[in-house]
Design a binder for this molecule. Sequence first.
Ligand SMILES: [Zn+2]
Length: 129
Amino acid sequence: MRISHRFYRQTFPEIDRFPSERDATLALERAGIYRFWAGTLAGLFFAPVLPMMIIEALWSAPSPMLAILLQVSGAGLGFLAVVVLCRRSIQRSLRQQLRARGEAVCLRCGYDLTGNVSGACPECGGAVA
Ligand SMILES: [Zn+2]
């Protein structure tokens, strides 16, 4: 797994706060990055099937173009659903791991809370525990 890849850095900006690439990789593994990819593959595989079943139940023979369009859009929606659902749980786990290392980070939004004395995150208003 190359966590220096742009996708990981943009999807999980928390990984930049780990001291080394190895630490960040371990943190991502602990956070369930492999479940994320397994879910994504399952979404890509199964998402096209559901719209096709619905279409075939409504129309006896959908045109090939419509079928392809529905399958591609179904796969895209399945991928997005998995990304949205899993991203938050992975981000939360990464933030908890950063906290366990003594990093001041907001669990809710990931904001850097170093030097914060107000007790509330200036970005989202979450409590600084
Ligand atoms: Zn916050």
